[in-house]
Each structure stands twice: as structure tokens, then as C-alpha cells.
Write a protein that binds this ligand. Structure first.
Ligand code: X8Z
Ligand code: ZN
Length: 471
């Protein structure tokens, strides 16, 4: 399945060359013609179709393995890794989502209104789900590529990191260096020379590779690497901080006994680099020489909106992938209903719909890397919440006076030490102990995220006055 995914291509109508996922994603990000978007979206989603029977077999085998290990099914096995009963974890996830849903619905309503202005009420009705191909991303998991279209009227987005990087002819390796320098500024060691020698930073010519970004620790001691096809975009700039977060975690827990060489729970692993990424503020970009001057406070709404299009839009997607797989593993969804149930759930959680009706002989979940590659996904939902909880705690550690979205822990040894302590614990303790060491709290909390976006929430609610909210 992973091989099918990695080799997937589509030749859009009116073109002659076959495009891979990165090229098709670029169309989704940059084009604004609905037919072109629909064609690229539908073309990529055909990649799932030949996985359908493999996936059915994989579910059977995975469940057989889980049962041999004493779990009812693979979903229960996946949910068993959070130092609490599997059922309690499912409730925990629901609790967090219920706190965040109002913010997501406000963002959704605002974006739908702006899209209706652009594409008209026939394509984007004033109630109901948003056609997924208009959201700037193949899975509508991040809407940041719409930032320029969504900018608060009268304000322009204050800067576009992609343009900044390109105007400086930044190279892939420079992007990695920026990310490394951030960790080093907090007192962590530079990456070993083998990292630079053995990592894959760009797509190698003449052979097929899995381009989906990943971070590796080959010997569980010091052979750290990343594998990625870096493009010069703000998105990949942030992804590099994400990946190095994995590598720094791996190195920090290398001193633990073998079984504890892992994160406190998998959401922690995904949250560390993103926490650093939240510190990529305008003031930080000025410090490292990427921006001439920081935009004024009036630009804050635009900055917050851009971040919300990335992080808040992600939440229900982060949730739905495994809500769906849990039901597949438990047998609640059977193979005859794979695709229909997928779209029912995506509509329910995300408020999106496919461009045209999808039939049951398609297998659209397989068009997402983690489904094809057997990677659990709830970790990203947790990480999107935890990173704000971590950021808020570290902002307090450095006694930051400014709002959270203008706070950067760049250069703070104090924040670095606090982080390093938690990373070094690895999986040796209950994750609540790790959380407490970092934040002083013993429960995952949506409050950091809500505080971060509070000014935006107020503004969105004003904008949405008189508009339908929800779908
Ligand atoms: O897969 C990733 C990372 C590697 S662990 C690049 N992420 C998820 C995705 O791309 O779907 C990061 C955010 C969510
Ligand atoms: Zn990751």
C-alpha cells in the first residue's frame, strides 16, 4: 500500500506529463479554478482504489495480531498506549474536541463565507459542508494556503514566509540549518555530522522514494536522520522544525533502557518540533535575519488567522482519521461501507464534502499517507493541542509579557533546560509526570490553544454575525 501511494501520479486534463503528489498539491495550493482543482483532487484520489483489497486484508491481519497480544482489536491496541483504559482515552479525546469545536465552527463559517464570495453560492452554499477541493490542500487538513484570500478586509497578510525564503534564494539545507539553530539556541547540542551526511533532503533523481517527511533514529543511539523532499515554502520550513523535534527527542532519550526509548506518549513526539515552530514569530524572523522588521500589532489578526488556518482547521481532520479506523478495526464499519462511512464522518467532523459523489469502488482513505502506511493518527490531534499547552507553559517560564502568538522561546536556555528534562525522561514515566514537569499540569488541556486564538475567536464571531454557522 505504501508503495502504491509513493508511486501515485496523475496527468491532469490538458497536460502531458504525469504529476506526483507534490506537484498535484501545488495545484491545490495555488490554482483557483474549480475545474482544475477538482481534476487534480480526483486524479490523486484514484491512488486509493487499488489498495482496497489490500487494506481489507491488512485489517484482518492486524486484528489477528492484536488478538494474539490480548487486545480485542487493533483500535483497542492503539488506544492502549496512553496510561489509561482504552475507553477512557476515547472519552478524553471527545472531551478535548468538545472544547475546541466552537472555535473550529467559527473558522469554518468565516472561510465558507469568503469562499462563497469567490466561487458563488452554487458551488459554496451558505449552509452545508464546504467542497473539499477549494480548501488549498489535498485532504483539507490545513487551509493555510488560503491565507492570502482570507486576510481580514483592509489588512494584507504582513509577510509570506514562502516569499521571504524564495527572495533570499534559500536552499533546502539552509532550511534545515535554521531549524537546527533554533534548538542549539536553547542550549541543545548541534546535530551529529552523520545527520548531514546520511539524511535525504531532496528527491533523488532516477528512483522512487517515499517523500512524506519523516525522522529516524537508525541505531536507537546516535544515527539520527530525516528523509524528506524539501521544497522552499513556509510550510516545509515549519515541517523541518517538526522533524528535528523528533530527532532531538530521540537523542535525548537514548540514555534510557531500550523499552523507554520513546516519547511520553506519541502525541508528545509529534508536539515537540511544532512547539518550537510556534516560536517562529515575526520577532524571531527579524533576529535570524529573514525579516527586515516585525509587522505592527495591527497585523496580529492576519497572523492569527493564518495560524488558525493551519492549526485549528487541522483539529477535526486529526480526529476523524482514527475515529474512522477505530470503527473499521472493531468491525463497526465493514468493507462494503469503507468509502461511504469515510465521507459521512468527514462531513460530520470537518464539514467538508467531496467535489462529486464518491462511489464504493473508490478507497479515498488510502489517498492519505498514514492510512496507506499504517501510522496511527490520533497523535497529531493530541499534538495540535499539546503544542499550545507546552508553548504557554514555556512562555510563562521565560516570563514573557506579550501575547502568546508574539512569544518566542528562541535563545532561552531556561526554556531549553525545561524541555530537555522532559525529553530525557522518554517513556520511563507516566505521561502525566512528563506533562507536569513541562507545564505544571497533569491533564491535557485545550486552554493554551483557546487562549492563543482568543482575539481571533472574538473577531470571527463578529464577522459571522448574520451568517449560518455549522453545516
Ligand atoms: O505526518 C506528519 C509529519 C511526519 S510525522 C510530517 N504530519 C501529519 C501529516 O502530514 O498528515 C505532521 C502534521 C500531520
Ligand atoms: Zn511527526
Amino acid at each position: 500500500m505504501q508503495g502504491i501511494y509513493a508511486k501515485g501520479t496523475y496527468t491532469p486534463k490538458g497536460r502531458t506529463e504525469a504529476l506526483d503528489l507534490q506537484a498535484l498539491s501545488r495545484i491545490l495550493a495555488e490554482n483557483r479554478q474549480p475545474q482544475v482543482l477538482e481534476d487534480a483532487w480526483t486524479g490523486w484520489h484514484a491512488v486509493g482504489r487499488p489498495m482496497r483489497s489490500d487494506f481489507t486484508e491488512y485489517v484482518r491481519l492486524a486484528n489477528a495480531g492484536a488478538r494474539e497480544l490480548g487486545f480485542a482489536d487493533t483500535g483497542v491496541l492503539w488506544r492502549s498506549k496512553y496510561d489509561m483504559p482504552a475507553n477512557d482515552f476515547a472519552h478524553e479525546v471527545e472531551r478535548l474536541w468538545s472544547e475546541l469545536r466552537p472555535l473550529y465552527r467559527s473558522l469554518h463559517a468565516y472561510v465558507r463565507t469568503r469562499l462563497r464570495e469567490r466561487y458563488g453560492p452554487k458551488l459554496v452554499p451558505d449552509r452545508g459542508p464546504i467542497p473539499i477541493h477549494l480548501l488549498g490542500n489535498m485532504w483539507a487538513q490545513s487551509w493555510e494556503n488560503l491565507a492570502a484570500d482570507m486576510a481580514p478586509p483592509g489588512t494584507q497578510p504582513s509577510y509570506d514566509l514562502t516569499e521571504v525564503l524564495r527572495s533570499r534564494a534559500t536552499q533546502p539545507i539552509d532550511m534545515v540549518r535554521f531549524a537546527e539553530r533554533f534548538f542549539v539556541s536553547m542550549g541543545l547540542d548541534p546535530l551529529p555530522s552523520t545527520f548531514w551526511e546520511r539524511s535525504m533532503f531532496v528527491r533523488p533523481p532516477g528512483r522512487e522514494v517515499v517523500c512524506h517527511a519523516s525522522a529516524w533514529d537508525l541505531d536507537y543511539v546516535a544515527d539520527l536522520r530525516i528523509k524528506m523532499c524539501i521544497e522552499i515554502t513556509g510550510e516545509d520550513f515549519r515541517t523541518l522544525h517538526h522533524e528535528l523535534g523528533h530527532n532531538y527527542y530521540q537523542r535525548a532519550y537514548a540514555g534510557q533502557p531500550f523499552l523507554f526509548r520513546d516519547s511520553a506518549h506519541d502525541g508528545f513526539h509529534e508536539a515537540i518540533g511544532d512547539t518550537i515552530g510556534l516560536s517562529v514569530t515575526p520577532e524571531y524572523l527579524v533576529k535570524v535575519g529573514l525579516l527586515a522588521r516585525a509587522p505592527p500589532a495591527e497585523a496580529d489578526l492576519g497572523l492569527l488567522l493564518r495560524t488558525a488556518l493551519e492549526k485549528v482547521a487541522f483539529l477535526p481532520f486529526g480526529l476523524v482519521v482514527d475515529q474512522w479506523r477505530w470503527r473499521v478495526f472493531s468491525g463497526d464499519i465493514s468493507p462494503e461501507d469503507y468509502n461511504q462511512s469515510w465521507w459521512e464522518m468527514r462531513e460530520r467532523y470537518q464539514g467538508v464534502r467531496p467535489p462529486t459523489e464518491r462511489r464504493e469502488d473508490e478507497f479515498d482513505p488510502g489517498a492519505k499517507f498514514h492510512v496507506a502506511a499504517n501510522v496511527p493518527y490520533m497523535r497529531y490531534f493530541l499534538a495540535h493541542i499539546l503544542q499550545f499547552q507546552f508553548h504557554r507553559a514555556l512562555a510563562r517560564t521565560i516570563e514573557s509579557q506579550g501575547p502568546l502568538h508574539r512569544t518566542s522561546i528562541y535563545g532561552s536556555r531556561q526554556a531549553g533546560e525545561r524541555l530537555a528534562t522532559v525529553l530525557a525522561m522518554g517513556a520511563s514515566r507516566d505521561w502525566r509526570d512528563a506533562l507536569e514537569a513541562l507545564t505544571g499540569e497533569r491533564a491535557m488541556s485545550a486552554e493554551g490553544l483557546l487562549e492563543y486564538f482568543r482575539p481571533l475567536q472574538r473577531w470571527l464571531d463578529e464577522q459571522n454575525r448574520g451568517e449560518a454557522v455549522g453545516w
